[in-house]
Design a protein around this ligand. Structure first.
Ligand code: MLT
Length: 271
């Protein structure tokens, strides 16, 4: 396993402003088909530890800490979900990897949809875990704005208590996992929470593009996920022409952490 820092050059933003140069901390491990692992909110690449430890003989994993998380550079005001996708494209360019399977969980899945829309030539397949194609309902977007305001006022102390129970299946809430879920919350900054919440609130809706997706897609859901419900994910899979669907038992929103053995089996099946 190798942790490297990948420099990202300055680039133009859609609104004419500049996105400053930065760097992504990237875990690279394994050999085989390249697979980019995009973590959920508010985690980091470490959430994929059980995957890169078990499947390194099948995949070359490229697992970045997204900007704002882990050891990567800070986010900048006005950040959008497509900015994360542009970082991933720049990362692949810097690593000279022409194309890869893009595997994203939740926020990572939102980024995967953007990445496919903008950089299709770099996508050899998609693994969409515990995520959705649709944009936020008004009430969800409002909740995100409230959270952004509250962390700016009070710091991040309350985020852990509000989120951890929702991330795990009911039967897993008092279990300790490796990687430890609460530990991800100890290193968060108010700025990364607020900026990412606002970005997610403004993300695009990809529902209409499901039926025209022409890369192989594997949709993976958690039986006890209350954030992205399994039946909605199965419906999403049924709208994608070349797709398969896997339900992970005994897991909520964090399928790769809560049931790594079933999750790894699903990932190793390929397409
Ligand atoms: C995640 O796990 O990335 C979040 O649940 C995404 C979200 O808040 O929509």
């Amino acid at each position: 396993m190798k942790e490297i820092f990948v420099p990202l050059p300055e680039r133009g933003h859609a609104d004419g402003t500049k996105v400053p140069a930065g760097r992504l901390c990237v875990t690279r491990v394994g050999q085989g088909t390249p697979m980019v692992l995009l973590h959920g909110f508010p985690l980091s690449a470490r959430m994929w530890k059980n995957q890169w430890e078990s499947l390194a003989d099948q995949y070359e994993f490229i697992a970045p800490d997204l900007r704002g998380f882990g050891k990567s550079s800070k986010l900048v005001a006005g950040w959008q979900v497509d900015d994360f996708a542009r970082d991933i494209s720049a990362m692949l360019d810097a690593l000279e990897i022409p194309s890869a399977i893009i595997c994203g969980l939740s926020l990572g899945g939102y980024i995967a949809f953007e990445f496919l829309a903008q950089f299709k030539d770099k996508v050899s397949g998609l693994v969409l875990c515990n995520t959705r194609a649709n944009a936020d309902e008004d009430s969800t977007a409002r909740g995100r704005r409230l959270m952004a305001e509250r962390v700016a006022r009070e710091g991040t102390w309350f985020v852990h208590g509000g989120m951890v129970p929702k991330l795990l299946a009911q039967e897993n809430r008092s279990r300790k996992f490796d990687p430890d879920v609460p530990s991800f919350f100890e290193v968060l900054t108010p700025d990364s929470i607020a900026t990412t919440q606002l970005a997610m609130a403004e993300r695009r809706d990809f529902t209409e593009s499901l039926s025209t997706m022409d890369v192989p897609v594997h949709v993976i859901a958690g039986e006890g996920d209350i954030i992205t419900r399994a039946n909605e994910m199965q419906q999403m899979a049924s709208e994608i022409p070349s797709s398969q669907f896997t339900l992970i038992t005994g897991a909520g929103h964090l399928t790769p952490i809560e049931n790594p053995s079933e999750f790894n089996q699903a990932l190793s099946k390929g397409f």
